[in-house]
Structure formats: structure tokens, C-alpha cells
Design a protein around this ligand. Structure first.
Ligand code: HEM
Length: 128
């Protein structure tokens, strides 16, 4: 369990940053050819976040609201990402884009919070 957490955490952290960079290129330069790659990495990152939340719960002393929040945010980002091209396609699409960006940042942040809390718990156990 202790070995798998850093791998999942790395996928969420670096995959999330790659998604952010790809997303901004898609948005600013309208490069639609990158959308499929972005979606593929996005699904991977959401799955890694869910597994990380599961590992976090199984590691004991988890904050349940944080773990459940990660499941919900991952689901929301996945559903939004898979449907957002069809939501408000003409006017007001920027609102959906901003919501997607904010959910993405939240998703990366929740991965970081769970990782940090697991590290702290491991240090506390080692110090006993
Ligand atoms: C950490 C997770 C993610 C981050 C930081 C992120 C970031 C972004 C950003 C900044 C954009 C450009 C703005 C926009 O069009 O909304 C974008 C576009 C897009 N993303 Fe993501 N994304 C993430 C996850 C996902 C996932 C999981 C999916 C789908 C499975 C997805 C699908 C899309 C699609 C289809 C677009 C283009 C949509 C459009 O032009 O309206 N993204 N993403």
C-alpha cells in the first residue's frame, strides 16, 4: 500500500499538470487535435485519484469528507469533460470552460492534500 500511493500521487500531480498545460493550449490556441489525448490522460488521472482516495481510506485515520470529496470531484470532472463540448456550444461556453479549469485545479489539490496527510501519518508512526 505504501508503495502504490507515491505512484498514484505522481500520476495525479504530473498528469494533472500535463492536462492543465494541454487544456490551456486547447483553449488559448484552439488546437482541437489535442482534445482526444487530453481526454485519455484525463480519464487516467481521474482513475488514479479514485484509487489514491481508496488507498488513503485503507491507510486508516483518513478524513472521510476529503476522500469522498475526491471521488465526487473526480466524477464531476469526468462527466463534465466527457460532455462539455455539447454544453452551451455557442454563447456562454466560457463559463463551462472556467468551471472545468477550477474543478481540475481542485482535483489536483485534493490529490496533494491526501498525499501530504498520508506522509504525515507515516512520519508520526515512524516517530513512535
Ligand atoms: C486535472 C484534470 C483536468 C484539467 C486540469 C483540465 C484542464 C482543461 C483546460 C484548462 C481546458 C481548456 C478550457 C476548456 O475548454 O474547458 C480543458 C479542455 C477540455 N478538457 Fe480538460 N482538464 C482535466 C480533466 C479532463 C477530463 C477528465 C476530461 C474528460 C474525460 C477532459 C476533457 C476536456 C475536453 C473535452 C476539453 C475541450 C472542451 C471544450 O473545448 O469545450 N478534461 N481541460
Amino acid at each position: 500500500m505504501a508503495r502504490v500511493a507515491p505512484v498514484l500521487s505522481g500520476i495525479v500531480r504530473y498528469g494533472g499538470l500535463i492536462l492543465l498545460a494541454l487544456g490551456l493550449v486547447i483553449w488559448v490556441a484552439s488546437v482541437s487535435g489535442l482534445v482526444a489525448l487530453h481526454m485519455l490522460i484525463g480519464i487516467l488521472v481521474v482513475l488514479a485519484l479514485w484509487l489514491l482516495a481508496l488507498v488513503y481510506i485503507l491507510a486508516g485515520s483518513a478524513s472521510l469528507p476529503l476522500a469522498l470529496g475526491a471521488f465526487v470531484v473526480g466524477l464531476a470532472q469526468g462527466v463534465l469533460g466527457l460532455t462539455q463540448e455539447r454544453i452551451l456550444p455557442t454563447t456562454g461556453h466560457w463559463v463551462i470552460q472556467v468551471a472545468h479549469l477550477l474543478l481540475g485545479l481542485l482535483l489536483i489539490g485534493m490529490g496533494e492534500m491526501m498525499t501530504m496527510r498520508m506522509k504525515k501519518a507515516r512520519v508520526a508512526v515512524a516517530a513512535k
